[in-house]
Design a protein around this ligand. Structure first.
Ligand code: ATP
Length: 391
């Protein structure tokens, strides 16, 4: 039950976790294994023959649209649902059929499910009393948890006397009190406003690293998943579409679905014209036709249809055609400009009506922009800025 500092903390530099990638080590043994797991509710398939490994001390996020099976996947690990088929193991132990209270998992619900008539202290102590822990040990553990979530001064208050953020921390302390091996977080920050949510994301990461625990989080919020997680699984219709670290999910999505689901993206239809090691040449008929060149290894044939995905922040907008490259340049007209404070989003309409979004940081305080509505412009991007998607 100690809250000792772990190796993962030592590999943290400036808040960025480094060298923590057990999934790349063939000798690493996963802590949690889903093996060909399916869950059906009647005829409906909520989780479809899914296999997934999660490693000790990982902060793992499940991301996907509503109804894709995220919560069901988590509830099967917690023991609130049984798989229809397949096996789930935790530290080598088969979990199927084991009741929730016997598992080394604890789930924190979105609603927090705090007991309204109990104080903060009693809420946190509840599970420990049920486990018949000795009184002195309960006192010490609850104090430790209160300190961990910075609520020492609130021990005597009831949940209704707390702010949303404080209630969230009580729920977190309560689920950590029994020192589970794995903490399951179902939309843990859903009830908080944006600013508090962002602050709490960093607190969660900090806590997870301090405790050296494995966290599995379900979220709708892609930015949240990108911020907190070591790896993200993007789900669709009960299947995993891509499982990778956040930067890989964002920069190298494996499909249109992932590119579109995570972050904002421009997607152009194109045909492959030439394939060379590390480079693909394509032609798009969008915008009156243009050559595209993407620095990427792709398994495809000349003549195949593909999509080129480019993030708005990687698209340049210029009044003159950029002299520095032949491919990846399209002509258009500024159709709209969205001012977001830190960025302006240029919506450029190409010939034929397709629109491309380009995000430009607002580097100065100038209110007048050099490029404005209805200007004839060129949009362009570098060969290593786009991604070719064949599915
Ligand atoms: P959300 O983000 O909206 O919470 P989710 O990805 O977590 O969605 P799940 O709660 O896992 O989705 O549900 C997956 C699918 O299974 C949904 O279509 C849901 O209606 C269905 N489902 C979940 N629980 C049951 C149940 N007990 N009986 C019947 N269908 C269920």
């Amino acid at each position: 039950m100690s809250t000792g500092v772990t190796e993962k903390t030592q590999t943290t530099i400036g808040g960025i976790r480094r060298k923590f990638a057990p999934w790349t080590d063939p000798a690493a043994v996963p802590l949690i294994r889903y093996e060909n797991v399916s869950k059906r509710f009647g005829e409906f398939v909520a989780v479809d023959n899914l296999s997934l490994d999660i490693y000790e001390r990982e902060f793992f996020a499940l991301l996907g649209p509503s109804g894709c099976g995220k919560t069901t996947l988590m509830r099967m690990l917690a023991g609130f649902e049984d798989p229809t088929e397949g096996r789930i193991t935790l530290a080598g132990q088969d979990l199927v059929g084991m009741p929730p209270y016997k598992r080394q998992t604890n789930m924190m619900f979105q609603s927090y499910a705090l007991f309204p008539h109990m104080s903060v202290w009693e809420n946190i102590a509840f599970g420990l009393k049920q486990d018949r822990m000795e009184k002195g040990a309960i006192d010490a553990r609850v104090d430790e948890m209160l300190k961990l979530v910075k609520l020492e001064k609130f021990a005597k208050r009831k949940p209704h006397q707390l702010s949303g953020g404080q209630r969230q921390r009580v729920a977190l302390a309560r689920s950590l009190a029994k020192a589970p091996k794995v903490l399951l977080l179902d939309e843990p920050l859903g009830a908080l406003d944006k600013k508090l949510r962002e602050e709490t994301q960093f607190e969660l990461m900090d806590l997870q690293m301090k405790l050296g625990m494995t966290f599995l989080i379900v979220t709708h919020d892609q930015e949240e998943a990108m911020t907190v997680a070591d790896r993200i699984a993007v789900m669709n219709h009960g299947k995993l579409v891509q499982v990778a670290p956040p930067a890989v999910i964002y920069e190298q999505p494996n499909s249109r679905y992932v590119a579109d689901f995570v972050g904002d993206v421009n997607i152009l239809e194109a045909k492959i014209e030439a394939v060379a090691p590390g480079n693909v040449s394509l032609y798009t008929s969008v915008g009156g036709g243009a050559k595209l060149s993407i620095a990427q290894n792709v398994e495809a044939k000349v003549g195949d249809s593909a999509f080129v995905a480019i993030r708005p922040e990687k698209v340049r907008v210029d009044l003159e055609p950029p002299a520095w490259q032949e491919a990846n340049c399209l002509r258009g007209e500024v159709w709209d400009i969205g001012y977001l404070g830190d960025l302006s989003i240029y919506h450029v309409e190409l010939e034929g009506g397709v629109r491309i979004k380009a995000a430009k940081p607002n580097l100065t305080r100038m209110v007048e922009r050099p490029i404005t509505w209805e200007d004839k412009v060129w949009v362009s991007w570098l060969p290593d800025s786009g991604v070719v998607l064949t599915s």
